[in-house]
Design a binder for this molecule. Structure first.
Ligand code: UD1
Length: 396
């Protein structure tokens, strides 16, 4: 029986921690040939390469080097360049993860060429079509053959959209696989000491952690100003560290909002919103794990904070990840300053809220995904032992 040929597409920062556990599971499994394709949507050392290094993801077999551009341009360029890869290598299945432009582009190419598409993180819905990711999610799911879901809401959403039950698989969460594998390693990060938040062995002093990059929050000067001014009020009591996404940095400069950011002071002296460059995975995981409070508009951080048990205030009007609110530490607070400050005061005054890990968020999602791919596409290869000689070593 021939090997199963899998091509995986990654493009932007949140894709990298989702593909890492899948790539590693593929390396541990016999009978699979794998090609990792990077669209080049994110290209900076800090937004891309550092994740490959820290997570021991092998260097991509192909880099499409698309770079930044409008959504239509970026999606179209990924499609044009990825089509050539699929035609040349002829994979049996294409894996796409998450909801970025590269995800949709790769799914479209594969499905038009008749290659089955497996979507990891399928079924999430914010029901907000002004979010580019919601468009990407709905369209990707509509043309995917195997839908790997992280939470019950995903199953319900897909069923309502007419997807047959036998194509939907609740497998857990690959982003949490990555977290579970790296949490202890992240403890060795020197970031807390570098920021003066921890002396040797002591508990870290109280701080908040902020991330912001959604177009709806950073592309409108009045909205961005209101958010920064609200967080600056909160940051009078304890420093709020802000690793700034390139898009947000550009907007803060463009709109002249730099005065809301503090000097990059560290330790007890630090107050206000303290800007940092985008951080690598391990430093950021360590900062999340020890934060008193996280404020974010990211999807993935809502999930990570749930497992870490750190209170999270989501600066959006909705979430496509309702389980993080129902069982986790997440609250959707929107952008109303009063609501944000009231929620923060409550959280800071209370004991940490207990959370229950969502179903199957146990660090084994990638194993389930690879097993299902084999069952569906090459059942004869299941449980074949991995010959030492055929193991692909991760480039670490
Ligand atoms: C993309 C994803 C978003 C994801 C986010 C994580 C889409 C529609 N959006 O948004 O879902 O949460 O990644 O970061 O796919 N830039 C750099 N260096 C880079 C990459 C980008 O400086 O390596 C700058 C460029 O000015 C670029 C801007 O950031 O124009 C935005 O990048 P882009 O990939 O278009 O979207 P993100 O906002 O990062």
């Amino acid at each position: 029986m021939s090997n199963l040929r899998i091509a995986s597409m990654v493009g932007a920062r949140p894709n990298f921690m989702k593909i890492a556990p899948i790539v590693h599971e593929i390396q541990r499994t016999a009978g699979i040939e794998h090609r990792l394709v990077h669209s080049g949507q994110h290209y900076d050392q800090q937004m891309s390469e550092s994740f490959f290094e820290e997570l021991h993801i092998p260097k991509p077999d192909v880099n499409l080097e698309v770079g930044s551009g409008s959504h239509a341009w970026q999606t179209a360029e990924v499609m044009k360049r990825f089509e050539a890869v699929v035609l040349e290598w002829k994979p049996d299945v294409v894996i796409v993860v998450g909801d970025v432009n590269s995800t949709l582009a790769a799914a479209l190419v594969a499905s038009k060429l008749g290659v089955p598409v497996a979507h990891v993180e399928a079924g999430l819905r914010s029901f907000d079509m002004s979010m580019p990711e919601e468009i990407n999610r709905k369209l990707t799911d509509a043309i995917s053959d195997l839908l790997f879901v992280t939470e019950q809401s995903g199953i319900q959403n897909l069923r309502k959209e007419g997807v047959e039950q036998d194509r939907i698989f609740l497998v857990g969460n690959v982003m949490i696989d990555c977290l579970v594998e790296h949490r202890k390693i992240a403890e060795k990060s020197e970031i807390l000491r570098r920021l003066g938040l921890q002396e040797d062995g002591d508990k870290a002093s109280a701080y908040g952690l902020l991330t912001l990059h959604r177009p709806s929050n950073v592309d409108d000067p009045a909205v961005l100003r209101d958010i920064l001014s609200t967080i600056a009020t909160l940051a009078e009591k304890m420093p709020v560290f802000f690793p700034v996404h390139p898009r947000s940095l550009e907007r803060i400069r463009q709109f002249g909002l730099g005065s809301y950011l503090a000097e990059e002071k560290s330790g007890a002296a630090a107050r206000g919103i303290v800007p940092l460059p985008p951080l690598g995975y391990l430093h950021f995981l360590c900062l999340m794990d020890h934060a008193r409070l996280i404020l974010t508009d990211s999807g993935g951080i809502q999930e990570e904070s749930t497992i870490l048990g750190v209170p999270c205030l989501t600066l959006r009007e909705n979430t496509e990840r309702p389980v993080t609110v129902e069982q986790g530490t997440n609250q959707i607070v929107g952008r109303d300053p009063k609501k944000i400050l009231a929620a923060a005061a409550l959280v800071l005054g209370a004991e940490r809220r207990a959370m229950k890990a969502p179903e199957l968020w146990d660090g084994h999602a990638a194993e389930r995904i690879v097993k299902i791919l084999l069952e569906k596409l090459r059942p004869g290869l299941l449980n074949k032992p991995v010959p030492e000689s055929s193991r692909i070593d991760s480039k670490s």
